[in-house]
Design a protein around this ligand. Structure first.
Ligand code: SF4
Length: 483
């Protein structure tokens, strides 16, 4: 699902921060299970991958830059022996990229090692960095995950109980987090009080162990059966004593990231009881009712535009066709763009089928428009392939506000819809017409068991307060939100 217009370019989508995975299964090859889980979750981050195992005495770690199957081979996995493991794939948002930011993040609490893997972003960690400095704690990197780990260490050292350290972290740090953590003897999983980023619990067959994963597709990959989601503010501990749960922080306003349904999550994942694929099809149906257009074909921009395109076609009665083919083997991690590649642009990744498109009026369904550069290239590409008309239909509302909860849009000036009128965006992209699903329509499309979403990037209604200092840096002049 990486959506850079071409390899190496900053992607023109909201990009997910990370995936986390954890397994407690003594007697099983936990490193391999974690590797399988991370491969299923690869779409949530492609910059680095890492696994830490615990064996009752200590923890062992291997992490590196690259995709999961580039970082782990037979030799590496054969040396990661233990009873439980956590894993992580990273797309950098807070703290930059590079090897030092790769996770799991390892730190020491006195002579005991812990490792932590984090999906999400903590809002404004500067005050906490100052607090840690005051406590005599030195930070070695710039990531918010290290701030979380060091904060946990402070109270664990005082009380001798890591759960007390996790509780303190949950009280002192705010934002979005789904975290898995290992000590030499236990696996922990905990989630922010608003439940912004997803985290699910599953069980291996025949009671062989427990699994946690950012998405249920990670559970499926290792044959685990979905049990339930980790609750907002919950701390789950898995050890030789079994499964233990406690409320680490009072639950806040429920605010699952609505963009998970639009784009981040895999279509075969189930979020809050709703299958992402079906939610996307319903988005397409609603968009067809809200923004109909007379055309010959409906096309979906692979991958996440395809299910809503099928929904749009079914609702409108127009014919769906696969007029855009995606090259599934182009990553964006290691191939640096040359000038020549830039000129090739989007076609390295997406290629139209002129024999289908030529002379046709197209409705093109895409998941979002963030910076606008990919949409512009897409429309140009379709016109070059002979499209008579290109009507762009987007299954998310206009992205007007930056995200501070684990997505790489932290300033409003990079958001095309915050800087141009609807007509200007349409003219800039070069399509014949442009329409976005309404926010009410997007909510209607999602049949989650638990209502309560974060939709701040569309509405500016932030579930976790954004400090004014951050607003001043991130918002356009004159824009602010009250929270
Ligand atoms: S602002 Fe909220 S809805 Fe938008 S991407 Fe961030 S967490 Fe998701």
């Amino acid at each position: 699902m990486a959506t850079a217009a071409f390899p190496g370019e900053r992607p023109d989508r909201l990009e997910e921060a990370c995936a986390v995975f954890g397994v407690y299964a003594p007697g099983e090859d936990v490193a391999r299970l974690t590797c399988f889980g991370l491969q299923a979750l690869q779409h949530r981050g492609q910059e680095s991958a890492g696994i830490t195992v615990g064996d009752g005495d200590t923890i062992l770690i291997h992490k590196d830059l690259g995709l999961v199957d580039q970082v782990f081979d037979e030799d590496v996995l054969s040396h990661l022996k233990g009873d439980f493991a956590i894993g992580h794939t990273r797309y950098s948002t807070a703290g930059g990229g590079g090897w030092t930011a790769a996770q799991p993040h390892v730190s020491a609490i006195d002579d005991e090692l812990i490792a932590l893997a984090h999906n999400g972003t903590l809002v404004d960690t500067l005050p906490q960095r100052a607090w840690l400095a005051n406590e005599g704690v030195q930070l070695y990197g710039h990531t918010d995950s290290e701030v979380a780990a060091r904060t946990i260490g402070v109270d664990t050292r005082r009380t001798g109980h890591i759960r007390s350290g996790i509780r303190l972290m949950m009280q002192q740090l705010h934002g979005a987090y789904a975290i898995v953590l290992v000590t030499p003897v236990a696996l922990y999983a905990f989630r922010d009080p608003n439940g912004i980023r997803p985290l699910s619990l599953g069980q291996l067959p025949d009671g062989r162990g427990w699994v946690v994963a950012s998405e249920t597709c990670g559970l499926d990959a290792v044959g685990a059966e979905f049990v339930r989601d980790i609750e907002p503010g919950e701390i789950l501990k898995v050890s030789a004593a079994g499964l233990e749960s406690e409320q680490g922080a009072k639950p806040g306003r429920r605010a699952s990231c609505i963009f998970e349904y639009v784009y981040f999550a895999r279509p075969d994942s189930v979020l809050d009881g709703d299958v992402v694929y079906h939610a996307r099809r319903r988005m397409g149906r609603i968009l067809a009712r809200e923004a109909p257009v007379d055309a010959d074909y409906v096309l979906g921009v692979p991958d996440s535009g395809v299910p809503p395109a099928l929904g749009y076609a079914a609702e409108s009665g127009l014919e769906y066709c696969d007029g855009i083919v995606k090259n599934r083997y182009v990553g964006r991690t290691f191939i640096q763009p040359t000038q020549e590649m830039r000129q090739m642009g989007i076609r390295i990744k997406l290629n139209p089928l002129p024999s289908i498109i030529r002379g046709k009026r197209l409705v093109v369904i895409d998941d979002s428009i963030v910076r606008g550069n990919t949409s512009k290239k897409l429309v140009e590409m379709l016109r070059q392939a002979g499209a008579a008309e290109v009507h762009l239909r987007i299954v998310s509302p206009e992205v007007m506000w930056p995200c501070f909860y684990g997505i790489d849009t932290d300033t409003q000036d990079q958001l095309i819809s915050a800087n141009m009128s609807h007509d200007e965006v349409c003219a800039h992209i070069g399509c014949d017409s442009l329409a976005f699903i309404s926010l009410a329509g997007l909510h209607e499309a999602i049949h989650a068991e638990h209502g309560g979403f974060c939709d701040a990037c569309f509405s500016g209604d932030y579930p976790v307060a954004i400090p004014e200092s951050l607003q001043r840096k991130s918002f356009l002049p004159g824009q602010c939100v009250s929270k």
